[in-house]
Design a protein around this ligand. Sequence first.
Ligand SMILES: Cc1cc2nc3c(=O)[nH]c(=O)nc-3n(C[C@H](O)[C@H](O)[C@H](O)COP(=O)(O)OP(=O)(O)OC[C@H]3O[C@@H](n4cnc5c(N)ncnc54)[C@H](O)[C@@H]3O)c2cc1C
Length: 419
Amino acid sequence: MARFSAWAVAKNALSGNRNWTSQWRKPDPKPSYDVIIIGGGGHGLATAFYLAKEHGIHNVAVVEKGWIGGGNVGRNTTIVRSNYELRPNALFYEHSLKLWEGLSQVLNYNVMFSQRGVLYLAHSPGELDAHATRGNAMRLHGIDAELLDRDAVARFVPQLDMSDHTRFPIVGGLLQPRAGTARHDAIAWGYARAADQLGIDILENCEVTGFLKKGDTVTGIQTTRGDISAPKIGVAVAGSTSEVLRKAGVDNLPIESHVLQAFVSEALKPVLNTVVIGAGGHFYMSQSDKGGLVYGGELDKYNSYAQRGNLPIVEDVHTMMLALCPQFAKLRLLRHWGGIMDMSMDGSPIITKGPLPGLYLNAGWCYGGFKATPASGWCFAHTIANDAPHALNAPFTLDRFNTGYTIDEGGSGPFPRLQ
Ligand SMILES: Cc1cc2nc3c(=O)[nH]c(=O)nc-3n(C[C@H](O)[C@H](O)[C@H](O)COP(=O)(O)OP(=O)(O)OC[C@H]3O[C@@H](n4cnc5c(N)ncnc54)[C@H](O)[C@@H]3O)c2cc1C
């Protein structure tokens, strides 16, 4: 398969871009593999890639019920950051950010990672204090963070309404300059292409319908394209985690599925040079390279497996947007959609061996799994290859919900809708 380069782009442009080859093979399933990864989202594909690249395990299948990029990896608002306060999350997400920084070169695929900064607004002195605490914790972990006062926020994002009479007056903010955005589809396609080049079979339109078991031990999967066996099976199906593991007889996971919506406006000339998060709730907004504003808000707050959302959240999100930037009221909404979030009970992920012999679990990504994609795949591959977690994902056990060692970053207790 051709490598991407300036020369290849120029050569193909001259022939009307008709000679690009397909980016990954479409193989038939083999009867058995060394490892099966269920879920061809960002996390499943990254896991397969790092299994081959870091651990020399190439006899791997990624089993995807739909098409590559059809799940949350292609539905998110593309924010990448590592501005966490609690040590396990801070170290894990910073490892991810460092992988992002070299990812286009490693994959030979432009993932359009743009370190334009992520700014958390503070709307009260108390919130600014909380941001200062978080920023200090980040710096103690070696992560970049800058506390901005009101004037610095106004200079950094001139589009914000800085008047005192707004619904959410802005008193300052916490900036992570190395954070930013990436192209979500490119992550799916880049990892798929790179994994395929290392010999991984990507099996699309192949839904897992059941598990093959000997006693409690999982030995394979039943799929719409036949049975496939493997001694190690990783599950990375994000919002479908509970549904898929129920087929293996596991029905007590500390995960709820909720809808989260995303919105894209019509295209504008460049107006927003960073990612802004704030408005008294969980509103976030950036501008894509195509010019559309990309933004979102809270969960729909009821359990669902539907990849579409409800109208009150549409109103809610736009209310928050206009509170920050009233001039965007004239914009037209171009597209919006929903994705299914795998909300864990403490807002932190699970990357672990189990819950049954032969199984490995990657789940609980809540709002934040896109930015985690490289580190999640890297740590999950390590866990599967070594039958033990890496130090970075050792705290992200399933058992922590039994022992009480939860990682409650939001400080909101065991309520996924509040994370
Ligand atoms: C609207 C929205 C905005 C978001 N914004 C951000 C953000 O700004 N930053 C951030 O970091 N995160 C964000 N996220 C979260 C992030 O997108 C997810 O946490 C992450 O993509 C989940 O991992 P994944 O890519 O592997 O999931 P997916 O892409 O959903 O992959 C899981 C795959 O499993 C497949 N599957 C399911 N069941 C089966 C089965 N039975 N057999 C075979 N395959 C199966 C699905 O088809 C799917 O392709 C957002 C999510 C949404 C929905």
